[in-house]
Design a binder for this molecule. Sequence first.
Ligand SMILES: *[C@@H]1O[C@H](CO)[C@@H](O)[C@H](O)[C@H]1NC(C)=O
Ligand SMILES: *[C@@H]1O[C@H](CO)[C@@H](O)[C@H](O)[C@H]1NC(C)=O
Length: 541
Amino acid sequence: MGRTGLLTLVCSVLALLSVCLVRAEDAYKYYTWTVTYGTRSPLGIPRQVILINGQFPGPRLDVVTNDNIILNLVNKLDEPFLLTWNGIKQRKNSWQDGVLGTNCPIPSNSNYTYKFQVKDQIGTYSYFPSTQLHKASGGFGGLNVYHRSVISIPYANPDDDFTLLIGDWYNSDHKKLRQTLDSGRSLAFPDGLVINGQAHTTFNGDQGKTYMFRISNVGLSTSINFRIQGHNLKLVEVEGSHTIQNLYDSLDVHVGQSVTVLVTLNQPPKDYYIVASTRFTRKVLTATAVLHYTNSRSPASGPLPPAPANQFHWSMKQARTFRWNLTANAARPNPQGSFHYGKITPTKTIVLANSEALINGKQRYAVNKVSYVNPDTPLKLADVYNIPGVYSVDSIQSVPATNNGAAATIATSVIPSSLHDFIEVVFQNDENAMQSWHLDGYDFWVVGYGKGQWNPDKRRTYNLVDALTRHTAQVYPKSWTSILVSLDNQGMWNMRSAIWGRQYLGQQLYLRVWSAQRSFTSEYDIPSNVLLCGKALAHRP
Ligand SMILES: *[C@@H]1O[C@H](CO)[C@@H](O)[C@H](O)[C@H]1NC(C)=O
Ligand SMILES: *[C@@H]1O[C@H](CO)[C@@H](O)[C@H](O)[C@H]1NC(C)=O
């Protein structure tokens, strides 16, 4: 046991006596990750993939809440590279978010050391490459935040815990797929669905014991349904929210999202199919793995458990059953503890409508008729060095234009807001395609899903009592989803489609959470090892 571990143990014993006077320094964890190309055959056909320390998927990052992560990322690819930490809140520290609005990409044969603390969140997350469509080749992995022993969680510690990274997959590599998007076409339907980068994975467990399954949709574009033959899934956590522990036969997990379930091995000793299949697609892609009872006497057999028959309606209804356990002691958005989000009047409503657009003859995607382009200088560096001309805060309207016929334009769109605002954001999806929206730097309350056009009357349908908080919310076709966000984290935050081709072709923007006062208590200083690029190069010390 390390020094910190020992102190934590002493602390938790003393905590029982309420006399815990010593507190361990928050631990530091050091990593060196080297990114290279390799060859793997997730669908049986060899192709180039992106490895981290020789692994595909990348190494699982297991951390404890309050840990400080010092992670040196060494890029040995032939292209600039960046990783983003999906759902890690990076409090006061958008410098470490790893997207092009906050960070210069790490040049080929160079490195960058991320330094961040994982705070006020416990749960299942993931990381993945944020630029150049690298995500289509791998470089992603599980990021599990465990509780400190002094913090209780609302379920017994499972006997073991499994990380399942599930996503659609192409036999073409990211350069080929990128060419398709760059030439102004959208991506074709994926070639398959993969669990942990493999066609066959087995998870072993003892009969009678309970196991945690941490499921993340790391794919590019398709929602999935997850189920285990003969077993119930007890939902315990969604992106940092401890939920009411309902039992489900199957769960929908949309692109960019994570859920954590407990599964008790309470069936006769044999092997059972673990199944993921694509949702809302004409052709259904299916991936299987095996849950193996250690005393099993027969292989998995029988028909695969079916996906839910009903499509969007079922899924929206299920989403409404994901609720906060209000009595569970857990990390919550600030202020900590019982936070009555439903009693706060939003300072502002932002309505974001997604659309397809043809711009200069090329396929693009837009938000409120603006299709985002990355500038050569990160927005965050433009702010700190007062570099003009990188972006403007009037580049996008915070509600869709009333003139629906207006043509979409290209811009580096930023929505301005103030630290401590409390905002309502409505995602309006008038398209026939499923959407999944993510916001960096925050978790937000998902208060409502509905069909058709949102209007202020829909607020009457909101869950203002026990909606859960998460970092990625799905929006059904011809429907809307509403979220409430407490803007307590200063910085420049990416709001993007998790549908990766849409994100790449412009369905994203930045939310600038700003206060005129510059102080270390609301935002950390520019890191000493910051990478510079674009117009920021002139500011090299
Ligand atoms: C690159 O790695 C070295 C250590 O190998 C480290 O000292 C340096 O700070 C890293 N560069 C950046 C930009 O973080
Ligand atoms: C909520 O959390 C409490 C406290 O940990 C737990 O005892 C209870 O079973 C949970 N309630 C539900 C409905 O999941």
